[in-house]
Design a protein around this ligand. Structure first.
Ligand SMILES: [Zn+2]
Length: 82
């Protein structure tokens, strides 16, 4: 067996459901070995994949490319990114 690891977008289930990568199960994910070392290696790899795919790390965690764009747009409109 193994340990399934997936990054979940912090903004999942917010307004824009159909475009959130986590709502459509399209986020970075992979199967790790059942060891802490194996899990850590997969997490590092998922963070790198997330960055490449346009995800953003915010204070609370990761947000997908789609939700990051929505936050940027909301922020530009002066609504504070929510
Ligand atoms: Zn999202």
């Amino acid at each position: 067996m193994g340990t399934w690891i997936e990054l979940r977008c912090e903004d999942r289930c917010e307004a824009d459901r159909k475009n959130c990568w986590s709502d459509v199960n399209a986020g970075p994910m992979d199967l790790a070995e059942d060891t802490l070392k194996g899990a850590a290696a997969v997490i590092r790899s998922l963070y790198a994949d997330a960055k490449k795919a346009g995800w953003k790390r915010i204070e609370e965690g990761w947000v997908c490319k789609s939700c990051a764009a929505r936050r940027a747009q909301a922020s530009a409109l002066g609504r504070g990114g929510e």
